[in-house]
Design a protein around this ligand. Structure first.
Ligand code: AMP
Ligand code: FE
Ligand code: FE
Ligand code: ZN
Length: 284
C-alpha cells in the first residue's frame, strides 16, 4: 500500500485542481493521498469525491501556518473538524495575514527593481483563499523577471530574503492544541528542513510531544537529507511519536516533489485512523 500524506492543490499554492491531483495520485500508483492545502479546507470535498470515483482514499488534511520566535513552522492536521470554532477563527486570521502582507512585499519588490501589481498577483491566486508567496513568484515569472518559482524565492522571497515580509501565524504549541480541539491529528511538517533545526532543536520537539501531545514528525521529506532523516527517525522513536513520509507535491510549482517520492507506512496511517476514531472523527 502506497500512502502520501502531504500534497497541495491550486486551492492553495499547488497547480492541479483537487480532482486532477487525485487522478495524478492514482496514476502515480498511490492508494492513499492526503490533500493538505495551506490554511484552508476548501479543496477537500472535491478531492474526496474524486477519490471515490478513482478508487484512491483521500485523507482530509490541512497545513497550518504556525510560528516559533516569529519564524515559520508548518503543522499538518489530519481529520480536523473544519467547524471547530477555535481552529476556524485562527485559520481565518492567518489567511487575513497572508493578504495583509502583500502590499509590503510588493513595495519591496518595486524597490528591488522588479515591480508587479496586486492585480497581477491576484490573477495568479485565482480563487484560492490562501494567498502565498508562490503566487507572487508566479506573477514575477509572468512579468519576465525570473524563470521559475525557485529563482523568485532564491533572489527575493525566501525567509529572510530581501522581499520577505512576515505574516501572522499561530504559536506552534497553540496550533497543536487547536488541531486536537478540532479532533485532528497533528504532525510537524518538514521539522528540520531549510535550516529549521536551529528553530526546532530536539529539546523543543521533546516539549511539544510532552506538553502538547504532538502526534508525529514528518521524517521522510525532500528538504531532509539522509542523515537528517535518520536522526529525526530516531528522535520520533525515542519520543514515541509517529514518523510520516510524504512528497509535499505542488504540481508543476515545485520540482523534485513528485507524488509518492516519499511515503508513509500503513501502520502509521492505521494509528492516525485510530486516533481520529477515538476523537470521534469519521474517516473519509
Ligand atoms: P507562504 O505560504 O506565503 O509563507 O509561502 C510558503 C510556501 O512557499 C511554501 O509552502 C512553499 O510552497 C514555498 N516556499 C517556501 N520557501 C521556499 C523556498 N526557499 N524555495 C522554494 N519554495 C519555497
Ligand atoms: Fe506551499
Ligand atoms: Fe510546508
Ligand atoms: Zn506543504
Amino acid at each position: 500500500m502506497r500512502i502520501d500524506l502531504h500534497t497541495h492543490s491550486a486551492v492553495s499554492d499547488g497547480t492541479d485542481t483537487p480532482s486532477a491531483l487525485v487522478i495524478q495520485a492514482q496514476r502515480a500508483g498511490l492508494d492513499v493521498v492526503a490533500l493538505s492545502d495551506h490554511d484552508t479546507f476548501n479543496g477537500l470535498d472535491e478531492a474526496v469525491a474524486e477519490g471515490e470515483r478513482s478508487g484512491v482514499r483521500v485523507v482530509r488534511g490541512m497545513e497550518l501556518s504556525c510560528s516559533r520566535h516569529g519564524q515559520s513552522v508548518h503543522l499538518l492536521a489530519y481529520g480536523a473538524d473544519p467547524q471547530s470554532p477555535g481552529l476556524a477563527a485562527e485559520m481565518e486570521r492567518v489567511r487575513g495575514g497572508r493578504l495583509g502582507r502583500l502590499a509590503g512585499v510588493l513595495q519591496r519588490l518595486a524597490e528591488l527593481g522588479v515591480p508587479i501589481t496586486e492585480e497581477e498577483v491576484m490573477a495568479q491566486v485565482g480563487s484560492s483563499p490562501s494567498v502565498g508567496r508562490p503566487h507572487i513568484a508566479d506573477a514575477l515569472i509572468r512579468a519576465g523577471y525570473v524563470r521559475d518559482r525557485q529563482e523568485a524565492f532564491d533572489r527575493f522571497l525566501r525567509d529572510g530574503g530581501p522581499a520577505h515580509v512576515s505574516r501572522y501565524a499561530i504559536e506552534v504549541g497553540r496550533g497543536i492544541d487547536l488541531v486536537h480541539e478540532a479532533g485532528g491529528v497533528a504532525v510537524l511538517a518538514h521539522p528540520w528542513g531549510r535550516g529549521r533545526e536551529q528553530l526546532l532543536p530536539p529539546d523543543v520537539l521533546v516539549g511539544l510531544a510532552r506538553d502538547h501531545r504532538l502526534d508525529g514528525l514528518e521524517v521522510d521529506h525532500q528538504d531532509h537529507d539522509a542523515a537528517t532523516r535518520q536522526r529525526l527517525r530516531k528522535l520520533a522513536s525515542d519520543l514515541g511519536v509517529l514518523a510520516t513520509g510524504s512528497s509535499d507535491y505542488h504540481g508543476t510549482g515545485k520540482t523534485d516533489h513528485d507524488l509518492g517520492c516519499n511515503t508513509t507506512a500503513p501502520e502509521v496511517l492505521a494509528e492516525i485512523d485510530h486516533r481520529l476514531a477515538v476523537a470521534g472523527r469519521t474517516r473519509s
